[in-house]
Design a protein around this ligand. Sequence first.
Ligand SMILES: Nc1ncnc2c1ncn2[C@@H]1O[C@H](COP(=O)(O)OP(=O)(O)OP(=O)(O)O)[C@@H](O)[C@H]1O
Ligand SMILES: [Mg+2]
Length: 507
Amino acid sequence: MSEVTSRIAAGYEFTGTALRLGAVVHDGAADPAAQVRIPLAMLNRHGLIAGATGTGKTKTLQLIAEQLSEQGVAVFAADVKGDLSGLATPGDSNERIAARSAEVGDSWQPSSYPTEFFTLGDAPDGIPLRATMTSFGPVLLSKVLGLNETQESSLGLMFHWADQAGLPLLDLKDLRAVITFLTSDTGKPELKALGGVSTATAGVILRELVGLENDGADVFFGEPEFDTADLMRTTEDGRGVISCLELAGVQNRPTLFSTFLMWVLADLFDVLPEIGDADKPKLVFFLDEAHLLFHAASDAFLQAVAQTVRLIRSKGVGVFFVTQNPTDLPDEVLGQLGNRIQHGLRAFTPDDADALRKTVRTYPSTEDYDLEEALTALGIGEAIVTVMSERGAPTPVAWTRLPAPRSRMAPSDDAVRQQAVTESALHARYAEAVDRDSAYERLAARVNAPAPVRDPKQRRVPTREDRAEPAQETLVTQILDSGAFRSFLRSAGSALGRSMFGTRRRR
Ligand SMILES: Nc1ncnc2c1ncn2[C@@H]1O[C@H](COP(=O)(O)OP(=O)(O)OP(=O)(O)O)[C@@H](O)[C@H]1O
Ligand SMILES: [Mg+2]
């Protein structure tokens, strides 16, 4: 060990369990005795894996996911290009891998990992993830739709109206039906009674909703609703289950991805207890191609993501963003990422050069490397690393050569994936969509009826979504008219309220 590599490696000696990230590189050579690690207890301080295309981001994700699984930590990974499915298949040994293992002091063995495949929508290559409109809630939906405060409180009132009128909001067409009804000639008196909701506002919301549907997000809303506890499973032999969300067909539908993600994080936030600092996280998210998430996102959405990321840490959930340039992420998010694995950057254009300098500034200072130069000279599967030490301070900047993942570096065969899906314990619960009688069907019936139906004897059978019994019309009107209720809705929209995004707790 050289003086430099041993000094750097000393900053990566931890008392608790730590995951391997590779060997320190200095003067062009990796020192297998100088190891770079990340403390397992610090994975909830979130992270960034960045780098130009083909530099090794996804393999780094794979490497960390594998070790988390070995440590009994569940992983959720957005698999945008389909290459993460290799986790389900042992890697192929070859000379290149043998050489790399020797260079970085790794004892490479092929291994596969317990992997579940999910999809958004009805694609057969995964178990579909869905949530109902009701559980999604008006506040979170407003963020996704980019609604302003007035529109958000109007949406809240319309959700409430549907609830009181006994019209379950399960899928997108249910909500669309409710708003369409409220703006129709028959429904207008009801809209008026709601107070504070203008036909124009309802029209705007309806248009945004149609846009969301056109982006393909309609497939996400519906039943059976996914129980997020299913993301935190371990196998009988104590390994964490890796949930891969297969998004190969969804690249051009980023709204669907962000909609789902916000719901999952908000729901986990509701469900999980505060655990403060623990030995290891409960769940770690990896969001590959994270720029998709922020592409054309509203300020409200960015703030919601930043807030979620900040708060979910103490619930034992870590979030790793994987993207080409750190500048793809909003500053509020970037500032919260304690662990950084920066693969090579290109400096072809003036914009590249700007991004490069910006990236350098986010690193602790180092005498060991010229970072601007290093970042453009990194080899494939090498990165500039700094993580959170167990004491919560940044570790020394380390040029690191990473070991190869132990599972396959290419997609798993279709047969392997298919088998994982059909043999999954979750398949029977979630595979088939259910479109039960809800707002859309009931309003369609009502519109065809001669007069507004408000017969208490025709009340629906209560479902688990129901909290309040449908009230008498006069009472509803009184409640909705009261200033107290409207200010309640407003505060639910701006403050944390009963839950961060007003998603409805189901358990
Ligand atoms: N740790 C590693 N060990 C061995 N080979 C690696 C490693 N990291 C990357 N590679 C090689 O580099 C290739 C590209 O890596 P990877 O797919 O992770 O890049 P990426 O940064 O995710 O690219 P993109 O932005 O295009 O998704 C891999 O297929 C593999 O051959
Ligand atoms: Mg990749």
